[in-house]
Design a protein around this ligand. Structure first.
Ligand SMILES: *Cc1c(COP(=O)(O)O)cnc(C)c1O
Length: 369
């Protein structure tokens, strides 16, 4: 029993009994992809659940980033954060855009709006922030800067599924937001994702772009890509949507259990809930102060690993250190002191619906002893 491995995440599955009739229906319909019945149903259901008007499904969470940049015709330089999953920066690279990294805030670990203006050049066309760990960016201040300089804003919103601020969806901010429904996220369609925009015309353009640019049987309006979600995953996604609220509630209980146990541990800190924000508890990062805790982050990480608890050091190493990006002027270590420090001290603890109280006790025991 003590040898069972606890992973950092584990997918939320819909009930197999409920899924089988959906599969039978798909087999009967003989329609597998290209805006099918379940695809349309899931777009509608997600718009309603998330409180947004225009959402386009994708086959993963990276193609919406790439497509958003295409849809808005972004070129030149884009200001972004080095503290994210690599897909954020890769999407710029795939569009021939130069990423310009700015440092992050010490409390939310999101891009620091106060640092954005200094990074703007005549070639800057957009800002690509990330709502890291599900904590919303300072969207008002970012929009103010964007408006002042005529820049577009594309949010990588992969971590904020269902997150609201004062009852309003975080996905309303900026020109577009992208979601990932990868197996490891709060809500999954196995692989999947979505692009959220704010008007019908733009939604149409996005839908052309995710289908090779086809605007009709013989009309190709743009060099689009194949980003379409299939019927099987859309049906799976419809079923998973039914249980995501319950799963988020359970995640909240887990977060409370972690907080309660860790609040008195010298040298371990964690993020507090933000007033007015409905959180989704997508991640539970802790931060290790080596001196006070008496052990480095990596030592703790490997101690947990030796005890079959597989945590992740999200986001370490920083994107700026990868060969593709490390030559950039903005990737210099001195330019990104906060991001560097956070990346060197963070561990994300296991967080998922199936995590049991016993699992949590085991994890906490390793940290506190
Ligand atoms: C998961 C994730 C992505 C990529 O999504 P995929 O569905 O895996 O392509 C992009 N950005 C962030 C911040 C993510 O966490």
């Amino acid at each position: 029993m003590t040898n069972r491995t606890i992973t950092v995440t584990s997918p939320l599955f819909p009930s197999l009994e409920e899924f089988i009739p959906y599969l039978e229906d798909i087999w009967n319909r003989k329609w597998l992809t290209n805006n099918g019945y379940y695809h349309q149903k899931l777009e509608e259901a997600l718009c309603e659940y998330l409180g947004v008007k225009y959402l386009s499904l994708f086959t993963n969470g990276t193609l919406p980033l790439i497509t958003a940049l295409q849809a808005l015709r972004i070129t030149g330089e884009v200001i972004t954060t080095p503290f994210s999953f690599v897909a954020t920066t890769h999407s710029l690279w795939w569009n021939g855009i130069k990423p310009v990294f700015t440092d992050i805030e010490p409390v939310t670990f999101n891009i620091d709006p106060d640092k954005i203006e200094a990074a703007i050049t005549p070639r800057t066309t957009a800002i690509m922030p990330v709502h890291v760990y599900g904590n919303p960016c300072n969207t008002a201040q970012i929009q103010e800067i964007a408006d002042k300089y005529g820049l577009k804003v594309i949010y990588d919103a992969a971590h904020v599924f269902g997150v609201t601020v004062n009852g309003k969806s975080v996905l309303e901010a900026g020109d577009m937001s992208t979601l990932s429904f990868h197996a490891t996220k709060v809500y999954n369609t196995i692989e999947g994702g979505a692009l959220i925009c704010h008007d019908e015309q733009t939604k149409k353009r996005i839908d052309y772009l995710k289908n090779f640019g086809f605007a009709g049987e013989t009309t190709v309006v743009a060099p689009g890509i194949n980003g379409k979600m299939d019927e099987v995953r859309a049906a799976y996604g419809l079923l998973n949507l039914k249980q995501v609220d319950r799963a988020i509630e359970h995640r909240q209980q887990i977060a409370n259990q972690y907080r309660q146990a860790l609040k008195n541990v010298e040298g371990i800190s964690f993020m507090e809930e933000i007033q007015g924000v409905h959180h989704n508890y997508s991640y539970f990062p802790i931060f290790v102060d080596t001196e006070k805790y008496g052990m480095t982050r990596d030592k703790l990480y490997f101690k947990m690993k030796d005890n079959n608890v597989l945590c992740r050091r999200y986001f370490y190493p920083l994107i700026r250190t990868f060969p593709t990006y490390r030559g950039l002027e903005s990737a210099r270590h001195e330019n990104l002191p906060v991001a560097t420090k956070v990346a060197d001290n963070v561990i994300c603890l296991p967080m998922y619906d199936r995590l049991s109280s016993n699992d949590i006790d085991k994890i906490l025991n390793i940290i506190t002893n």
